[in-house]
Design a binder for this molecule. Structure first.
Ligand SMILES: Nc1ncnc2c1ncn2[C@@H]1O[C@H](COP(=O)(O)OP(=O)(O)OP(=O)(O)O)[C@@H](O)[C@H]1O
Length: 878
């Protein structure tokens, strides 16, 4: 047991397959056959648009036009015909003259003919249902004028012993089926006189022919298919004969009276179309027509037809389908019994009968010409169709059939006797090529404009001679007839309460399904094409989007590179700035300038707080400003520390001490402006590198006052400091109390002789410079002088420090561009002397211990200086 549960030893090597074998993606075709798994119902596959778009829809092949050959039937007349008694008699002997003329006078002669006919052999034998063999008589064979021929290709060959029903079922039944479906058709009987055309078409009461059997079948089907028939049948019969060889005339065989029809062009007017409601009425009308037809007794036929007889059976579909709501049309079934061509020798016709015979032969000839022309036209359509139909009234009436536009059938009746060999041979040779005639199935085209809404009324007066036009209306709507018939059948079935649908109904539903299928297929094709076009456009748009994205990415890279380059340039320029170099770029300079301005503002704000706290400290912190005011000139002892907010530009320790001592005195009058500095004859310029307002000149302050009478906090602060310091200076004191001229005079008096000359020179320079300066500055000076004078004897109120906008300050700084002025050497010496004098004066004053180191330079003070100092001191205390 332990061995069974022992762990399986690990293999020495393990093969891990990382990528399992992949299978090809299943196509819709492969997946369609498999049932969808029930477990993956939530996994909706992606729409296989690619596969669908790749499918090529096969284009439907054009339907070949439905065409059929001309059907030609052959019926062989029996040599011997059974009589009513059941005995066999010769066909010729059986013929009983009815309209006796010309009658054979000798009864004996007829008996001889019958005897001869019984002894003769047949010239035509039936090979099969579609071919016959024609054998010439022995006499002709000996003369070698003719030989045995085989004629084949018939639709059907009716043997001599065939019945009328056989002929009907094989020949007429298909036509009748199409006729009931709404397709018109025509059947014509051709053959020599006495061959049995009339017998085939009409028959006898005991052996009815095609027409009676058709009528029977029509009413039989009508009764069976639709109890409430929506179809109406009409019958019209007329004949075309010659009138004494002068022309053709049409007679209505169903009319009364003269029954002559008016023929205009191809239209027969006055033809009576009798509605037939049942078989009895129809047979009665047919019998009436047969009695009126012109016949005559010839040697070939005791009751030979002397006219072309046309029977029309029209079916009118007047009902309306409940489903399709379309109206029906008509169909026409035309049966023609032609007069038999006859040879003069055989018929023995003379006189008027001979004229009739010529007319009959001519009509038969034109009929044959039309068929041959149609055959040639179908073989070579470039040749054109010969209009032989215009040569006879009958062919004009049957034009559409003879031009192959409608379907027709021919039955050739022949006699099988040896003496009939020539007639039969001639006819078969003529008719054999007709078997190649094709009829296009153009009748199935439905023209809805010709549909009729209500049942037709009887049309007896007018009838168009052109049969195609008459029947076209009915044939165009053939498709709808079928639907109506199906609807009728459906109603009939409903009445019978039978669940099983009729074949017609199924056919109708199949037709509807086929139609819907065709519509949906065409619609799918259109949608398919649209989808393909959209797919192509979508691909193009995606390509554009990709290119735009690529260009955008490139632009972003370029922008980043430019930014990096700009930053490097800024950094390099900042380094250059730190080395007291000008900014490399204006923007960078502006940035640096703004930064410096911000630093200055910050420092000034701090100074404001210091001033508020202790004006003396303010003086200390801003001492360099005062030093600049006083020692902007290239004085050797001037110390400039650029870049520091509290750069100390000290004129000497004793000066600072003096400032500290005098701060309390200056404070109440702290509003004294610093323009006093400029009032000195020396143009003093103050430059403090590293500050936003590096150069603070008294001239600039004056300009600022002109622009803005309300001093900014910084201005007030700086001016306060400067004034305080300048009050210490003798020069400043003097300048506050005297005008320029007085000041100059005082300078002259105070300065030594050597310095006085220099001072005069400096005055000249100053005057020249002042003349160059703007008038505003002069006005400001004047105003400041007045203000300074007005401040005498009253306290100066220091306005509360206000925050000056940075923009205003910047503008003012921009306007107050520092103007460097070169000073001559004499001016330098004079300034130095003045400073020395001031320092000496200051030193002479008693000083406190505050302010740091004190300069202990002891120089002898002149009397004038002492007086001046006293005067200044006394004035300050006023
Ligand atoms: N198949 C047949 N069976 C029995 N009798 C026939 C047959 N064919 C013709 N007959 C008879 O032959 C005779 C002549 O026939 P029919 O009148 O039909 O000839 P036809 O071709 O019409 O001649 P026509 O052109 O002169 O009018 C008729 O009496 C007819 O009954």
């Amino acid at each position: 047991m332990e061995e069974e549960f022992s762990p399986v030893p690990c293999p020495s090597t393990v093969t891990v397959r990382r990528n399992p074998p992949r299978r090809a993606r299943a196509t819709p075709y492969t997946t369609a056959a498999k049932p969808p798994p029930s477990s993956n119902t939530h996994d909706v596959p992606s729409f296989p648009i690619d596969e669908i778009l790749s499918i090529q829809i096969p284009q439907p092949e054009p339907k070949p036009s439905v065409s059929e050959s001309l059907k030609i039937f052959l019926r062989i007349k029996p040599l011997r015909i059974l009589n009513n008694k059941g005995t066999t008699t010769a066909a010729a002997a059986k013929s009983r003259p009815r309209n006796v003329w010309p009658q054979n006078p000798s009864k004996k002669h007829n008996n001889n003919i019958a005897a001869k006919e019984s002894k003769k052999e047949a010239c035509i034998t039936l090979n099969d249902a579609y071919s016959v063999t024609l054998t010439p008589p022995q006499a002709l064979q000996e003369l070698k004028r003719s030989k045995t021929e085989v004629f084949e290709g018939f639709s059907h060959v009716f043997p001599p012993n065939c019945s009328q029903s056989d002929v009907y079922s094989k020949m007429v039944q298909p036509l009748l089926e199409d006729f009931l479906k709404g397709k018109s058709g025509m059947l014509a009987a051709l053959g020599p006189s006495g061959s049995g055309k009339t017998h085939t078409v009409f028959g006898t009461p005991k052996d009815p022919g095609v027409v009676p059997l058709t009528l029977r079948q029509i009413f039989k089907k009508s009764d069976e298919s639709s109890p409430v028939s929506l179809r109406s049948f009409y019958l019209s019969v007329f004949e075309i004969c010659s009138e004494r060889g002068k022309g053709e005339k049409a007679y209505d065989l169903l009319g009364d009276g003269t029954s002559e029809l008016s023929v205009q062009q191809s239209t027969i007017r006055g033809l009576k179309e009798v509605p037939i409601r049942n078989l009895e009425e129809a047979e009665s009308l047919i019998g009436q027509a047969m009695l009126k037809r012109a016949t005559a007794t010839t040697n070939s036929n005791s009751q030979s037809s002397r006219s072309q007889c046309i029977i029309n059976i029209r079916a009118a579909f007047d009902g309306v389908s409940n489903e399709t709501k379309v109206q029906s049309g008509d169909a026409m079934l035309t049966i023609v019994d032609l007069a038999g061509a006859e040879r003069e020798k055989r018929t023995g016709n003379q006189g008027e009968r001979l004229v009739e015979s010529n007319f009959i032969n001519k009509t038969s000839m034109v009929f044959g010409q039309c068929l041959r022309s149609l055959l040639e036209y179908q073989k070579n359509r470039k040749k054109g169709l010969q209009k032989h139909h215009q040569n006879s009234l009958l062919t004009r009436y049957l034009r559409d059939y003879l031009e192959g536009k409608k379907r027709m059938a021919l039955i050739i009746t022949v006699k099988a006797g040896e003496e009939d060999y020539l007639d039969t041979s001639y006819l078969l040779k003529q008719a054999s090529p007709y078997m190649k005639i094709k009829f296009d199935n153009i009748e199935e085209v439905c023209n809805k404009r010709q549909l009729k809404t209500f049942p037709r009324v009887e049309k007896n007066k007018k009838m168009k001679l052109s049969a195609p036009k008459t029947s076209q209306n009915a044939e165009i709507v053939a498709g709808y007839k079928k639907q109506i018939a199906d609807e009728v059948n459906l109603e009939g079935k409903k009445a019978d309460q039978t669940d099983k649908p009729s074949p017609k109904l199924e056919q109708a539903s199949e037709d509807n399904n086929e139609r819907e299928h065709i519509i949906m297929r065409n619609f799918a094709k259109v949608v398919w094409n649209v989808l393909k076009q959209y797919n192509e456009k979508l691909k193009v748009a995606e390509g554009d989007i990709c290119s735009l994205k690529e260009s955008l990415r490139n632009e972003q890279l370029k922008s980043r590179e430019l930014e990096t380059e700009l930053i490097s340039l800024k950094s390099s320029c900042l380094f250059s700035k730190s080395g007291l170099a000008e900014p490399c770029l204006p923007e960078l300079g502006a940035v640096v300038h703004g930064k410096e301005q911000l630093e200055v503002d910050t420092s000034l704000a701090n100074a404001d707080r210091n001033v508020d706290d202790d004006p003396c400290d303010l003086i200390d912190s801003k001492r360099e400003v005062t030093a600049e005011e006083c020692n902007e000139s290239p004085v050797p002892n001037k110390n400039v520390v650029p870049g520091l907010g509290n750069e100390e530009i000290s004129c000497g320790e004793q000066k600072c001490a003096k400032q500290e001592d005098l701060c309390n005195l200056i404070d109440p009058r702290g509003k004294v402006n610093a323009e006093g500095c400029n009032e000195s004859p020396l143009p003093i310029k103050h430059v403090v590198p590293g500050l936003g307002n590096e150069e603070i000149s008294c001239d600039d302050q004056k300009c600022a006052k002109q622009d803005d009478p309300t001093p900014s906090p910084e201005q007030v602060e700086v001016s306060l400091i400067n004034n305080r310091l300048s009050n210490i200076q003798t020069k400043s004191a003097v300048s506050r109390r005297f005008s320029d001229s007085v000041k100059q005079e005082r300078h002259r008096r105070l300065l030594p002789a050597s310095s006085r000359s220099l001072a005069e020179e400096m005055d000249d320079l100053d005057i020249k410079v002042d003349q160059i300066e703007k008038p505003q500055i002069k006005l400001a000076e004047t105003r400041d002088q007045e203000k300074s004078e007005s401040t005498q004897g009253r306290d100066i109120e220091i306005p509360a420090p206000e925050t000056e906008p940075a923009s205003t300050k910047k503008r003012r700084n921009e306007q107050k561009k520092p103007r460097r002025r070169l000073q001559p050497a004499s001016s330098v010496l004079l300034t130095r002397e003045i400073n020395t004098l001031e320092i000496e004066d200051d030193v002479a004053e008693p000083k406190g211990t505050r302010g740091g180191k004190k300069t202990t330079v002891a120089q002898p003070r002149s009397q004038g200086s002492v007086t001046l100092l006293r005067l200044l001191t006394s004035n300050l205390h006023l």
